[in-house]
Write a protein that binds this ligand. Structure first.
Ligand code: SAM
Length: 341
């Protein structure tokens, strides 16, 4: 998306928009209309150019809204937008807009990051480097912000550290694979046999001017925690099901066709915040799971993982791992393809 707005009203005509705005709950408006605040109203027409006079007329028509703050065009605290939609056809622009919207601006999208952080142009990559778009989505899910400390227990080539560092967080990771952490071994690029002398996570962060956010990466098995008791991270963002959790965590879960909510790992200290699916094929998908730590770990929580449905499931016949490696997934896909013939 280009931008995100909190929609306060909409309509097919100016009158409809005004009625809708008058019905918007006052308690939701008031925090942004306070007398000690500053604001600005913008207007944008899709598929039409409005002259200044028309713009001012439309802004003045919103006088009935209880704006108490001062107008500040340069650096307002709150920004509002009137959006008018004149359709898609440049040869047939209607006199009046087809749809009108009014809302509070929340944020602009940063889609250009997908291109500028593309794995294709990245210094150090592996076969499973996380693509830039998903890495940024994950950092957003982790609500990563400046000066946070973010940890990726399955760090690989550090794809997820890059997006968090871009948002100003200090980043660190672990990986069980010595060669990955040290940037050694076989290269993942087609025309290259071995990794070059400076192909490592630090060099990746340097490539984007983010080296100062790099704490370090250690060779370590994430199932055997190395951190002292009470060690806290602001977010754990990773591309693997994993074991230890601190404030906020986002990770991927690979899932076969028989998905039910019960297979999402549970823990009394963690609350599920979101669960998004990415289809990989007709029978497999992965899910981005985001959880928030809601309480400190207590002694009585130490066996809770044994009751976790997922840990039972992974041992059972329904496990993705077993299914995948036994070729069931491939077989089903083949059957489906044959049926289509
Ligand atoms: C899907 S990759 C992560 C890719 C990473 N997000 C990137 O952008 O390059 C998963 C990583 O987990 C590591 N791994 C697997 N088991 C592990 C364990 N028990 N402890 C730590 N790392 C492990 C693998 O070596 C691999 O590098």
């Amino acid at each position: 998306s280009r931008s995100i707005f909190e929609l306060w009203g909409q309509g097919k005509s100016a009158e409809e928009l005004f009625t809708s705005l008058k019905n918007y709950p006052m308690e939701k408006m008031v925090p942004y209309l306070q007398s000690n605040s500053t604001y600005k109203i913008h207007i944008h027409a899709f598929n039409k150019t409005l002259i200044q006079e028309e713009k001012i007329k439309r802004i003045d028509a919103l006088e009935f809204l209880p704006f108490e703050g001062k107008v500040n065009l340069k650096n307002p605290e709150h920004i509002f937008w009137i959006l008018e939609d004149y359709g898609m056809d440049p040869n047939n622009i209607p006199e009046e807009p087809l749809d009108l919207y009014f809302g509070r601006w929340i944020a602009d999208g940063q889609r250009e990051l997908i291109e500028s952080y593309s794995v294709k142009k990245r210094h150090f990559i592996g076969n499973t480097s996380m693509d830039a778009c998903l890495s940024f989505i994950m950092a957003n899910h982790g609500r990563v912000k400046a000066n946070d400390v973010v940890f990726d227990p399955f760090v690989g080539t550090g794809g997820l550290l890059i997006s968090s560092a871009r948002f100003g967080a200090y980043v660190c990771g672990t990986d069980i694979d010595y060669n990955t952490v040290h940037g050694l071994g076989k290269a993942s690029r087609k025309n290259q046999k071995w990794r070059g002398p400076d192909e490592n996570i630090r060099a990746n962060l340097r490539q984007y001017g983010l080296e100062k956010y790099y704490l370090d990466a250690l060779v370590s098995d994430a199932s055997k925690p190395i951190w002292r008791k009470g060690m806290l991270f602001d977010a754990i963002i990773t591309d693997h099901t994993h074991v230890t959790v601190h404030r906020l965590t986002a990770f991927w879960l690979l899932i076969s066709s028989r998905y039910t909510e019960e297979i999402i790992p549970r823990h009394p200290c963690l609350k599920l915040i979101s669960n998004c699916e990415q289809m990989l094929s007709s029978h497999t998908s992965r899910r981005l799971i985001t959880m928030e730590k809601v309480k400190e770990f207590e002694d009585k929580d130490q066996y809770s993982h044994l009751l976790d449905y997922q840990s039972l499931l992974y041992k059972g016949h329904n496990s993705f791992r077993e299914k995948y490696f036994s070729g069931v997934t491939k077989r089903i896909a083949k059957e489906e393809k044959d049926n289509q013939k």
